[in-house]
Design a protein around this ligand. Structure first.
Ligand SMILES: Nc1ncnc2c1ncn2[C@@H]1O[C@H](COP(=O)(O)OP(=O)(O)O)[C@@H](O)[C@H]1O
Ligand SMILES: [Mg+2]
Length: 263
């Protein structure tokens, strides 16, 4: 099958509560999905399943054609690129930007060695260049700004040449310039036919880059809407998702949302 991801009736239950509640969702090759939902909706939990780091309590999961539970996750994980806070926190702050990206080629978060191959270094430099980090290759990861750190993480996630790229709130904490810069770069990546299938979590429609094709909206672990962005990203769906009256607008290829004035 050509599905990149297929969840059937997936639930994650902790302490009697369903953090993810009977989710059925499939992502086909080449699609670029946005997961939208308020804080605590279960977005990161879903990404943890998609990256094979979390097994659901019930339901079945196929990732890149492999069934979770019957595949060796250590074969699967190099095929998936993940950029999110949980990964960033594991990376040593003393490593340089280049080292931080390069270590991903060897599936490591730490342990700089001198035997990296020239070809890997070339790749790391190319990804960093694409993300506008070429002047910061020798900076220590721990000294980077939020935006620089996010861009390094995305370059790092690309390093294993993944078939699936997962981004958890890549624009969180960025200032307006940083956000716009990242949206532009993600848009370029999303429209690149050779780029991997992508899933990006956010809670701001302003962060949806042009080129993202589909949206999954969740609230309290349940799917409210799933499908093409232009079809599902409506005021009605977004209002239900966030639990307040919202108006969604599209201007050229960007989105905005604001609370409905009650007068
Ligand atoms: N290991 C866990 N045990 C119990 N509750 C958890 C655990 N991990 C996350 N949660 C809770 O599950 C809900 C969904 O979390 P999460 O997926 O991180 O939400 P989101 O990323 O949408 O903000 C939250 O209420 C969170 O507190
Ligand atoms: Mg989260």
């Amino acid at each position: 099958m050509s599905d990149v991801l297929e969840l059937v009736d997936v639930s994650v239950v902790r302490e009697g509560r369903a953090l993810v509640d009977q989710v059925s969702w499939s992502v086909a090759e080449g699609e670029r999905w946005v997961i939208l939902g308020p804080n605590g909706a279960g977005k990161t939990t879903l990404l943890n399943i998609a990256s094979s780091y979390l097994f659901p309590t019930t339901g079945t999961v196929q990732i890149l054609g492999e069934k979770l539970g019957s595949v060796d996750v250590f074969d699967l994980r190099p095929r998936i690129g993940v950029a999110g806070m949980s990964v960033a926190q594991k990376l040593p702050g003393r490593q340089t930007v280049l080292q931080t990206v390069l270590t991903a080629a060897y599936g490591m978060t730490a342990g700089w060695q001198e035997e990296y191959e020239a070809v890997d270094e070339e790749r790391a430099r190319a990804f960093l260049d694409r993300l506008g980090m070429n002047e910061l290759l020798d900076r220590r990861f721990g000294t980077l700004s939020e935006g620089e750190r996010k861009r390094t993480m995305i370059a790092r996630a690309m390093m294993t040449d993944p078939e699936l790229l997962l981004l958890d709130e890549p624009a969180a904490g960025l200032d307006l310039g940083g956000r716009e810069d990242l949206v532009r770069r993600l848009g370029r990546l999303a429209r690149d036919p050779y780029a991997p299938s992508m899933i990006m979590v956010t809670h701001h429609v302003e962060e949806i880059a042009p080129g993202f094709t589909h949206v999954l909206m969740i609230r309290q672990g349940k799917v409210l809407a799933a499908g093409p962005v232009e079809q599902e990203l409506t005021s009605r769906n977004l209002s239900r998702c966030f639990g307040l009256p919202l108006v969604v607008e599209r201007r050229e290829d960007r989105w905005t949302a604001q609370g409905l004035a009650l007068s």
